[in-house]
Design a binder for this molecule. Structure first.
Ligand SMILES: Cc1ncc(COP(=O)(O)O)c(C=O)c1O
Length: 381
């Protein structure tokens, strides 16, 4: 049977991983500055994470959400502690798209409204409402098309105000990434997020902070939206939550009331996923990884700014992007094939850096050295 060919693949087979390194089947070591799409938060195969999963596996891996699963409450308590959102409620699911799908659906249930505001260059996932709220027509199937989503220019305060003036009472939710990931590391301004908070409160709409990529400590705060000093009504989470074990979730503000049957899932919140996610938070707490992400990120950004050739360096914590001018075309490929460094990209010309929050200073320096040499080598040829 053939695999359904939807991914453009690098011709590399990874067979082993530890911390910020991975190894291929020929024993070549790669520095991972991408964390497999921003997923690796505490480092590949962290020993505490491995042991927690192993121990849980020997007891019970799965039972459905028809019984009490104490690990879910332990996870909720730890999340409250690390995120500071102590009075929020937790609903668990399996992926980022599913988290956003549930967030949008919940906002509509809560308000009784249909209209969703999303922004240019947004990415919220590939399921029905999540993909409809994603600004990429090429991944929206005809059946996903809906006039319930209204796209506005990102960071355009006037356009947002004008829309709420016109039809604020019809809007169920505004969904926004604190830092756009797939769109190319575009930062929401503090005043834009504050205005979203103000208008959604005024008109009784729901502020959904898509934190699937920019959340979970990556920006140097638990949620990137925290930098603007606002509390969203719903935070969607996934990627870094399980460090590679599939799990997603939403944090829900106390004024949004649950009702039996309103949301649901077979696999969400299973024993094994909760054990993995709990281990992630324990490591984040014990190793002070949110503050590490902030420090390392600042160092990396400052160093990048002194490198000749790359442009528009931006980001927060360990969510960093820069533009690659035409004169350095092929930089990402060169880094991978000749310097054995994984980086991410955003079309047409952005390199995205999303390493583990536990990356060491030495590994950051190793990356900077490789980047400088790769740039030099392109310039010389
Ligand atoms: C901001 C954001 N939201 C949602 C998603 C979808 O997550 P998943 O691929 O786990 O469905 C992604 C994935 O890249 C993302 O970056």
């Amino acid at each position: 049977m053939k695999l359904f060919d939807v991914y453009p693949l690098n011709n590399i087979t990874i067979t082993k991983a530890l911390g910020s390194y991975v190894w291929d089947n020929n024993g070549i070591q790669y520095l991972d500055m991408y964390g497999g799409h921003a997923v690796i938060s505490i480092g590949h195969t962290h020993p505490h994470w491995v042991t927690s999963i192993e121990k849980q596996l020997e007891q019970i891996a799965f039972y459905s959400n028809s019984i009490i699963i104490p690990l879910q409450q332990q996870l909720a308590d730890k999340l409250a502690l690390l995120s500071g959102k102590t009075d929020y409620q937790l609903f668990l699911c399996n992926s980022g798209a599913e988290a956003n799908e549930n967030a949008l659906k919940l906002a509509s249930f809560h308000t009784g409204r249909k209209k969703i505001v999303a922004f240019t260059k947004s990415f919220h996932g590939r399921t029905s409402l999540a993909v409809a709220a994603t600004d990429n027509p090429s991944i929206v199937a005809p059946v996903n098309e809906t006039d319930n989503i209204i796209f506005l220019p990102f960071n355009d305060e006037q356009a947002l105000e004008a829309l709420f003036d016109k039809m604020g009472n019809e809007i169920a939710a505004v969904i926004v990434e604190g830092i756009q990931g797939v769109g190319g590391i575009n930062m929401a301004t503090d005043t834009f997020l504050q205005l979203i908070r103000e208008l959604t409160t005024k008109f009784g709409a729901v502020y959904i902070a898509d934190s699937v990529q920019c959340g979970y400590g990556r920006s140097g705060q638990f949620f990137a939206h925290d930098w603007a000093g606002v509390n969203a009504d719903i935070y969607s989470m996934a990627k870094g939550m399980g460090n590679g074990f599939p799990i997603g979730g939403i944090l829900i503000a106390p004024h949004i009331q649950p009702k039996h049957g309103m949301l649901g899932t077979t696999f969400g919140g299973n024993h094994l996923a909760c054990a993995a996610a709990l281990a992630v938070l324990e490591v984040m707490e014990n190793e002070n990884l949110i503050s590490m992400a902030k420090q390392r990120g600042m160092y990396l950004m400052n160093q990048l700014k002194s490198i000749d050739g790359i442009e528009n360096i931006r980001g927060k914590g360990l969510m960093i992007g820069f533009d690659v001018p035409d004169s350095l075309k092929g930089l990402k490929r060169k880094l991978l094939e000749e310097y054995f460094v994984f980086t991410g990209e955003a079309k047409p010309n952005v390199i995205r850096l999303l390493p583990s929050l536990a990356i060491s200073r030495k590994q950051v320096d190793e990356f900077l050295e490789a980047l400088k040499e790769a740039i030099q080598s392109i310039k010389e040829n």
